[in-house]
Unconditional design. Structure first.
Length: 317
């Protein structure tokens, strides 16, 4: 169901990438924070070893750049293994145009985050968009992607963003019931994903009540996961209790629970130490991952078990 809901696209022809060279893929907020600029560009040439040549069509946020530039390296590539004689490859294929998060190098060239994140391919007006992690992509129109992602970039770089648009968009999506993951509900499902993740990135604490239906929907992994992330901005006693209930819920998956613990870790809830210790005693110790193809170069992307997450949090309190 998860693979149906989210696009395993573009980069995920993993046999095209270095099969024995693997890396720990960063989450999207880390990609955006380390980037110097956010642009829309046309890809004019790709050399798997040397890099990507792009023609910048629009400089949306950050340092303004224009014209033809070269992308020749990576700025968040945390390698886990490397095959002898094989370097991580550049791979952007089949795009009408592409959004890039770029970091400028002293040489005048630019860098991507990794071979599999830091860009979003556009085809026929639709964007294969990352708001959370490159394993979890959504297909959204440019008219949604561009203003929301520009706002995310601007926020992380201490700049003002279009609050009127964001508030209207988020309110429209989150006042609807959580969409079903089927053909008819997919456009709303993706739009709600964007609204939830944008709310998380921008720290919109005013959306607490609106996200509760998504938090309680154990049939919708992606919406529930996003809702847990949104609660980062609301370290209230009620929000803490919501997360404790989720951690005790047998119907909620381990992945969501790990992110719930990470949200609680932001709060540093010393008053919950005893309850968290009790939860740790019976918590799942199963390995946790994004799943997917074992040949995917992002296969070593790390995620702890629920038990380890809880034990580590208790140790901090």
């Amino acid at each position: 169901m998860r693979l149906v809901a989210f696009l395993f696209v573009l980069l995920l022809a993993t046999s095209q990438l270095a099969q024995a060279t693997t890396w720990d893929e960063p989450w999207h907020e880390a990609v955006v924070k380390k980037a110097d600029c956010f642009v829309l560009a046309r890809v004019t040439a790709v050399d798997a070893q040397k890099g990507i040549t792009i023609d910048v069509l629009n400089s949306l946020a950050g340092e303004p750049i224009t014209g033809i530039i070269q992308i020749t390296s990576f700025y968040s590539l945390d390698l886990c293994s490397r095959s002898a004689g094989e370097n991580p490859e550049f791979y952007v294929k089949g795009a009408d145009s592409c959004y890039f998060f770029l970091q400028k190098r002293p040489t005048g060239t630019y860098a991507l985050a990794t071979p599999t994140t830091g860009f979003a391919v556009v085809q026929q007006g639709q964007v294969a968009a990352t708001y959370r992690h490159s394993y979890h992509q959504a297909l959204v129109p440019r008219a949604i992607y561009e203003p929301t992602m520009t706002a995310v970039f601007q926020h992380y770089h201490g700049q003002s963003y279009n609050k009127e648009y964001i508030n209207m968009f988020v309110a429209k999506q989150l006042t609807q019931p959580p969409a079903r993951i089927d053909k008819a509900g997919m456009p709303t499902f993706f739009a709600q994903h964007v609204a939830l993740e944008t709310t998380y990135h921008l720290g919109l604490a005013t959306q607490y009540e609106a996200v509760l239906p998504f938090l309680h929907d154990t049939t919708n992994f992606h919406a529930q996961l996003s809702a847990v992330r949104v609660l980062t901005a609301t370290p209230t006693p009620e929000a803490k209790q919501q997360l404790l209930k989720l951690l005790a819920d047998k119907h909620t998956g381990d992945f969501v629970k790990v992110i719930a613990v990470q949200t609680l870790a932001v709060y540093q809830p010393k008053e919950l130490k005893t309850q968290l210790m009790q939860l740790a005693q019976t918590a799942s110790d199963k390995k946790n991952s994004f799943g997917g193809n074992i040949m995917d170069p992002r296969v070593c992307t790390r995620l702890p078990s629920v038990k380890k997450s809880l034990i580590d949090l208790v140790a901090q309190l």
